[in-house]
Ligand binder design. Structure first.
Ligand code: FAD
Length: 407
């Protein structure tokens, strides 16, 4: 009798590593093949704009699992090769190297790729970089030299984190944000104010509410930027951090439903019962709406859900979203999702540098940003996991104790 076709994973990021771990723990013993277009096994992406970038760590230190672990889990790793097509009728994927792999079930863990600036405004000049992969970090590393001038385009978390690393290394950093303020899409003004002040203290020139007109070049190399208001900025290197596109094209081309990502249900099943998806590449139903998240927590938790589905032990996705960002010596921890908030209540922490921001819709707590305030984060996470809230009055009252909120 023929051996059963393997479960095939497309993509080698956080979700892939978590899937392998979960599917074996869930009791699935069949063959697994992991195909990734990157040359190394799955690694932690967050350090790329944080410690890995600043300290030039060896790659081994950021691998999620050592290469040998995949052997122990009986996973065939096919690295450095891309899946180019899915033949759903034949249950087969085609690879860029011309080979094909049959699957019993297919799990799409293709993640996301950075948005780039259009070529007609200089987006493809030399020295215009993005930050998503080890290759991107390697391209950035030689530029991290004191005295050089870095322009960061985009005031989201990745741009701010890279700006922090560069400023600490003595670069002259300008950060440009077209929206009225940094972190506009993801955080309340209080959180943005905190990080703006933090960066300005360290000498980062943050310019908000002004868009880039075009990048300037000397030959084919970037040398600066012209802004919509006519100002010019001199730069030796430009880092573009303006969000990502979910990698949905493989799924789209084979006719799977797409809705701001590969559309999956609460069990990570796509519109084809033999194909699942998890992580940054997919959108899923969550508390009455469809969302797509870009976080390690989500990649790990969704991968665990997909793994249970593959193992025939359905487990609906119900995890509480959480996120973090490190900038200089400041740690931001976020519990919950603030989308749809109508009020954000600040609460000073125990030290001058600590603060939390409590997001509400009506009287319901949605999320908390905790800045250098682990106690606020832990309290908020527990409340949100229970579906509980705390009054705005208590948040505003400096004498109110976190432990009483959980009683
Ligand atoms: C610089 C940076 C900092 C971050 N910081 C944080 C943070 O502090 N906290 C946090 O929670 N999250 C952070 N994130 C986000 C987090 O890393 C992502 O949410 C997470 O990596 C998503 O995991 P994933 O497995 O879904 O996708 P990815 O990690 O993107 O992995 C997808 C993989 O699939 C491969 N692939 C895609 N298409 C194909 C194909 N056709 N064939 C073969 N392989 C393919 C890709 O090359 C990639 O290796 C950060 C991300 C970046 C880039």
């Amino acid at each position: 009798m023929d051996a059963p076709a393997p479960v095939v994973l497309v993509g080698g990021g956080h979700a892939a590593a978590a899937f392998v771990n979960s599917v074996r723990r869930a009791g699935h013993e069949g063959p697994l093949v992991l195909i990734s277009d990157e040359p190394v096994p799955p690694y932690h992406r967050p350090p790329l704009s944080k410690k890995y970038l600043s300290d030039a760590l060896p790659v081994e230190q950021i691998l999620i699992r050592a290469a040998a672990w995949y052997d122990e889990q009986k996973v065939m790793l096919r690295l450095g090769t891309r899946v180019t097509a899915i033949d759903r009728a034949a249950r087969r994927v085609e690879l860029a190297d011309g080979s094909t792999v049959d699957y019993s079930q297919l799990v799409l863990l293709t993640g996301a790729r950075p948005r780039r600036l259009p070529a007609d405004i200089g987006g493809d000049l030399q020295g215009v970089l993005v930050m998503r992969s080890l290759a991107d970090a390697a391209a950035m590393a030689p530029h991290l030299v004191a005295g050089r001038r870095l322009l960061v385009v985009g005031g989201g978390y990745i741009g701010l984190e890279a700006a922090a690393v560069a400023a600490t290394k003595g670069l002259q950093v300008t950060l440009l944000e077209a929206a009225p303020r940094i972190l506009q899409r993801v955080a309340a003004p209080t959180t943005a104010d905190y990080f703006r002040a933090l960066h300005r203290e360290r000498g980062v020139d943050i310019r908000e509410g002004v868009a880039l007109r075009r990048l300037l070049a000397e030959g084919d190399r970037v040398c600066g930027a012209e802004l919509q208001d006519g100002q010019t900025i001199v730069a030796d290197v430009v880092l573009v951090g303006i969000g990502v596109h979910a990698n949905v094209e493989l799924a789209e081309r084979c006719g799977l439903a797409i809705d701001n990502g590969i559309a999956v249900d609460e069990f990570c099943r796509t519109s084809d019962p033999a194909i699942l998806a998890a992580g940054d590449c997919c959108s899923f139903p969550f508390r009455g709406r469809r969302i797509r998240l870009e976080s390690v927590q989500n990649a790990n938790d969704q991968a665990a859900v997909a793994a249970h589905t593959v193992a025939g032990k359905n487990m609906a996705y119900a995890a509480l979203p959480w996120f973090w960002s490190d900038q200089y010596d400041t740690k931001l921890q976020i519990a919950g999702l603030n989308q749809g908030y109508d009020d954000a209540v600040p609460r000073p922490g125990k030290t001058e540098r600590s603060l939390s921001v409590w997001y509400y819709q009506g009287d319901s707590l949605l999320a908390v940003d905790a800045i250098n305030d682990a106690a606020a984060y832990v309290t908020a996470k527990k409340l949100l996991e229970r579906g509980a809230s705390v009054s705005k009055g208590a948040v505003r009252d400096p004498a109110a104790q976190f432990k009483d909120w959980l009683a």
